[in-house]
Design a protein around this ligand. Sequence first.
Ligand SMILES: [Zn+2]
Length: 391
Amino acid sequence: MAHPTFPRSFAIRFPALVFAAALVLALVAPSPAPAAHRTAVPTPSVSAAAAMPSASTSGGRVATAKRGATLNTTSTKGRSVQAGVRGMTGWFPLANTKRLPRHTHEALRKTSLRKSPGKGAVVAVVPRGQMLAATGLTSRAHTQFYIAGTKGWARSADIRRASMAKYQTSSVTALYQSARSRKQLARIPADYTLGSPTNARSNGRVQVQYAGRTGWVKSSQAARVAGNVRIGRLSWEASAAKNIAKWCRGVPITAGPNRPNEAEASGWIGNMKERISLDTNGFRGKKLDPNHPLALSIQYHECAHILQYRAYKYDFTRMDKGMDKAYGKPRTASGTEHMADCMAVAMGARLKGSEYDPRSGYTTTWRSGYGGACKPGHLDAARKIIAGRAL
Ligand SMILES: [Zn+2]
């Protein structure tokens, strides 16, 4: 272990300090047969080249794509991929297609594509606004594209990388059929990033693509995010990080089944490493939704520990004393734990709840934390620590 190079009075290496949240799960109902688990399947919008001249699956043939033709796929299902060809939509065998790189570009003006960079026969002329799929090959001032069963080179100055507008849901959100329709095509999970090729907006809604369908979501439930955010649901860790970003932005999070719920700070003054670990186990063997109130309460509690560490400048002894004094008695755990619970409440967490599952007829009651009360005085103290002040 390297010795710190700080002045002697600060050269104290703190042992890693870990607080685990004792998570109490009270399941008051017997466990029924597991309900069907529904998973959202994001459908990537990719380009695919048909390698065989047949476009028929079961059912009548609707179109034939030449070998090397570029298809814009709308969805995939089993071993088939849905794509449009000359105004018709059909299913192609996935095995006959190849996924192409997702770099789409837009022609900035009417552009000729040539056999070689800057020379050779014109293989295609594309109108302004045409979307093109790049092969990934570039030469000095030219870019190669898939075009109508072949490949051609365009001047790089004539095209630009198409950046699709992206929106991320803040909660479970309906996908509506049109800007004004009440008909719902799908329910989109929370923290789901959607692409919007048109970025069309109307009636407080924005047009997006979800699972191969085009529909509309309420703008109030889908915030614009950066173009490099991956389409699909956020990872569990990313959802948790988003939930605590207001207080614990940037603290690394690890999450997984049977991981401890804990917050850790280790190192020495001037170089403290913080980390939060979270358990993803939910009720009855199911994965816990990262936005479930129980998950939120644990995320807030662990983030609260980080804020306690910071408020006391990682002087853990002084912190524990301060927290014991602030929480007072009676208590079933350390003041640090009870105060982390109260800080979670001050941040907006619920420490218990119950929910009725109409499919199974069972009610699940859950509790989180150490079971102490959070009275107004505790909450006042909690808000001070959240604001970064030691008590
Ligand atoms: Zn704790």
